[in-house]
Design a binder for this molecule. Structure first.
Ligand SMILES: O=c1ccn([C@@H]2O[C@H](COP(=O)(O)O)[C@@H](O)[C@H]2O)c(=O)[nH]1
Length: 278
């Protein structure tokens, strides 16, 4: 039986450190690498990142949107990169932010979380804003496949507060409610559960939220969005040991040179390790 995502993630974080490198082939990045904004440029960009980082970084987060915009040939690049990263021992969190009514959610889950799917990933980002219960088919299939989910709880963008900090009739915010659902999913799991939250590294002190969900906290926002590794202990407090900090543009911008990409990832990995160790 495949060990759970939470188990595999904890081992990967212990061995390689917690850094997650995002693979976001923005048109502007393709341009800065001297590549055309076409399928050949997408391939070169993506496979260069894989070549540079697959053997050393714990977690990768391909941003599906940047592949989808090239249609079926873009998806083929995403499939190959996902398989190659996983074969090299990296964990892939597919950032597709899926969310729909339960019956459709089941199909999204099959696309990314069924073991024999061409896009099978170690974990998937999902949106709970059709109601947390609508995610049940994804929760169930993730458990069956040894995969995980990252649920959008407190996102890194300023606009997110309008929804996520809205207060319910019971006095809790929507974001806090999502965190509480995740703590329930992960109850009793060791070394940690497989159901994580997305919590932005840009958000400042979050001590008014209970981040102790016994699961991973995927933290985008470092680099291009202005957060730094040093912000992590301030934002996450004691939960910092479960944080998987994501950096996309600030690493990718160092390319296309393979050693420059490796150096950029190492700089962030070292900075994060030092900040987390306190
Ligand atoms: O709250 C969120 C959720 C997801 N993201 C995604 O993370 C990366 C961030 O990229 P950077 O270049 O490091 O800013 C990107 O794929 C977002 O879609 C997020 O930023 N915030």
């Amino acid at each position: 039986m495949t060990p759970s995502f939470g188990t595999r993630l904890r081992s990967a974080m212990d061995e390689r450190g917690p850094l997650c490198v995002g693979i976001d082939p923005h048109a502007s990045l393709l341009g800065s690498w001297g590549l055309a904004d076409d399928i050949a440029g997408l391939e070169r960009f993506t496979y260069t990142v894989v070549e540079a980082l697959a053997g050393t970084v714990a977690v990768f987060k391909p941003q599906a949107a940047f592949f989808e915009r090239f249609g079926s040939r873009g998806i083929a690049v995403l499939e190959r990169a996902t398989a190659d990263l996983r074969a090299a021992g990296g964990l892939v969190v597919m950032d597709a932010k899926r969310g729909d009514i339960g019956s459709t959610m089941a199909a999204y889950a099959e696309a990314f979380l069924r073991k024999d799917s061409p896009l099978f990933s170690d974990a998937l980002t999902v949106s709970p804003y059709l109601g947390y219960g609508s995610l049940k088919p994804a929760v169930d299939l993730a458990r069956e496949s040894g995969a995980g989910l990252f649920v959008l709880a407190l996102t890194s963008n300023p606009e997110g507060a309008e929804v996520q900090r809205a207060v319910r009739e019971d006095g809790r915010t929507i974001g806090a409610t999502m965190l509480a659902h995740l703590a329930e999913e992960n109850a009793g799991e060791t070394p940690m559960g497989s159901f994580g939250a997305v919590v932005g590294a840009t958000l400042g002190d979050l001590s008014s939220f209970d981040l102790d969900i016994n699961g991973p906290l995927l933290a985008p926002g470092i680099g291009a969005q202005g957060a730094t590794p040093e912000d992590l202990p301030v934002v996450f407090g004691d939960a910092v040991r479960n944080v998987v900090p994501n950096v996309s543009r600030a690493v990718l911008g160092a390319g296309p040179d393979v050693s420059a990409l490796r150096d950029a990832a190492t700089r962030y990995a070292d900075g994060i390790r030092a900040a987390v160790a306190g």
